[in-house]
Design a protein around this ligand. Structure first.
Ligand SMILES: [Zn+2]
Ligand SMILES: [Zn+2]
Length: 365
């Protein structure tokens, strides 16, 4: 596409809404920028996932051979151990040299976002202890999230069930250990090696999270008290992100939430502290509401989905106030209101000149 044509499209979009150009202009990392890093990260993760060893398979086989019934298998704590060990292998390969590259990318996205926002907000770019804490957190915990989101408990049970069927088959046909291992790998390999798009979503979410935390810290340092949610507004924007477009929340509340999240010990809790939101549909029509995971002691999570009002001001209480709120969420945050008490000498220009997007109105979908 020629530069002129691109300009015309921007001009056209601007005359219709203005938000598109605005979000492009104020988004510190361009989507192309973020995308190229995403592809790199996803490729590495995809590679790491395919490194589950044969030992785990062999251990599975002997247990399957020894068990008398499916119940017997599922009740076997050794099975859970093997599944966990398989996850451990993946986590281990993620901590290899390749994984270091992923961590470096995460760190870079954080730092670059911070620098670019400092330029835009005309404040002196500085790295505080909190920034270091955030980078450390991204560094230390990202592979942990993967390990845990890799296979749900339901899927683990499904794998065990399939293993049993393969074992029974082998017993009947008298397959050797090696052929059996091959058989298992063929039939179950995809459970441990999900598709590339899966890793793409994981990579993108991790980077968007890094960008969000860094953005919020920059806002706080610039004396910005509230921020605004901006959805991309193109045809790929989902109804949920569309309904959140233009909503505002407090910077300090969001930062408190981020800090709380960073102190979580169990990665499973991340699902509830910053849940992903799914559109609630009735007769294929979006109801204007979202479905989120509800924290519960019960094991089956699907039954614990809760309907939330997307316009509700309490969205921040349940952690739905920062992107990403689902896979491939492309939403961004912009500074909205600034504290009057904020010392002007810390800023290089007056607050009035920083953001002129008051004409922004929430889009109706
Ligand atoms: Zn969306
Ligand atoms: Zn979004």
């Amino acid at each position: 596409m020629s530069q002129k044509l691109l300009k015309d499209i921007d001009g056209l979009l601007f005359s219709i809404g203005g938000e598109w150009l605005l979000s492009k202009a104020i988004n510190p990392l361009s989507n192309e920028d973020l995308q190229s890093i995403e592809i790199k990260v996803a490729t590495i993760l995809h590679g790491a996932a395919s490194k589950v060893g044969d030992e785990e398979l062999a251990a599975f086989i002997s247990m399957v051979m020894e068990s008398k019934s499916p119940e017997d298998l599922l009740a076997n704590p050794k099975i859970t151990k093997v599944v966990e060990k398989a996850f451990g292998t993946i986590a281990l390969s993620m901590s290899s040299k390749d994984w270091k590259k992923v961590q470096k990318d995460l760190k870079n996205v954080y730092i670059r976002t911070k620098q670019l926002w400092s330029e835009k907000l005309k404040i002196v770019s500085s790295f505080t202890l909190q920034d270091e804490g955030a980078i450390e957190y991204l560094h230390e915990n990202s592979q942990f999230w993967f390990k845990n989101t890799f296979l749900s408990k339901d899927k683990q049970a499904l794998v065990v069930e399939k293993m049993r069927a393969i074992g029974e088959d082998a017993k009947a046909s008298g397959l050797g250990r090696k052929e059996l291992a091959q058989n298992i790998e063929d039939k179950l390999g995809h459970y441990f090696n999900p598709d590339y798009p899966y890793w793409n979503v994981q990579a993108s979410s991790m980077l968007v999270r890094a960008r969000t935390v860094s953005t919020l810290r920059s806002f706080s340092e610039a004396g910005c008290t509230t921020y605004r949610w901006i959805a991309m507004g193109d045809e790929r924007t989902c109804p949920i992100c569309g309904s959140l477009d233009g909503q505002e929340w407090s910077v300090s509340t969001a930062l408190k939430h981020v800090e709380k999240e960073m102190s979580l010990k169990d990665p499973e809790d991340l699902k509830y502290s910053s849940p992903w939101v799914y559109p609630e549909m009735k007769n294929n029509e979006f109801t204007g509401k979202g479905l989120i995971y509800k924290k519960s002691t019960e094991k089956i999570q699907k039954a614990n989905m809760e309907v939330v009002e997307l316009e509700s001001t309490s969205l921040s209480d349940i952690g739905v106030n920062c992107p990403p709120i689902h896979g491939n969420c492309r939403c961004v945050l912009v500074a909205s209101k600034f504290s009057k008490a904020f010392p002007q000498e810390k800023m290089l220009v007056s607050q009035d000149n920083i953001y002129k997007h008051k004409g922004h109105t929430p889009r109706v979908f």
